[in-house]
Design a protein. Sequence first.
Length: 291
Amino acid sequence: MKPREHVDAAEMKSESLSPRTLFQHAGTVALVGAGKMGGALLEGWIRLGIDPDRIVVMEPQPAASIEALSARGLRINPDPASICPDAIVIAVKPQIAPEIMPSVARLMSPSTVVVSIMAGRTIAFLADTLPHNAAVVRAMPNTPAAIGRGITVAVPNSRVSPTQRQLADALLTAAGSVEWIGDEALMDAVTAVSGSGPAYVFLLAESLARAGEKIGLPPELAARLARATVAGSGELLHRSSVEAAVLRQNVTSPGGTTAAALDVLTAPDGLETLMERAVAAAARRGRELAG
């Protein structure tokens, strides 16, 4: 077997059991931080059939929708001594990580797996703030997780058992697809492509609408056309097994209007070059933030 740092993504894929099956055998899951991303995960877990009474939420200002789940058994801010979670999912802003990690450590037992979705916080940082030999998964979801259509990339440390990885995979699946990697050094590139990527797509919709305005479309109509075009094209890409390049070619008639536009976008200083620069800048900034 290869050393863990050289295991490729294909080898890291697991045959995950369904969340429902896993949670029939698992104990408590603690969610630390129930903001937008944490709340999206919580909604996803319940949507996938996880009983609320198996979930603990640690959140100083829970939303009304989360408080309402207490009627179904969800425990909000209980005495830490009263819980012993199989998994702890950390979904707070990375800036407050040093403040909350001691409380996370107090929740742990030797069999607990910690799953962090804090951007830029490395496995080394997490391990240094948790009990010795803690099982840690670092993950990077993106904002379409809010509708269950995100994609998350996860990397485990060497202490994560196959069973713990299956549990972590099931928890992250609530936000959408999950990819596993073996080299944490790739996480800055992951952040630059998928973590920050939704912002690039939203900017595309903004830019397309503004371009439509400049050639005479009413602003409201230009915005509706751009939004529907980006959303519909994304859904077509999602549903199709055809590569993006082939879908693009299928839309493009030689000498037609689309070809004229693509001549500009594919010029040496066009979209591909700009995207390469943008992704490189995001990855560079990620490395800087991680220290």
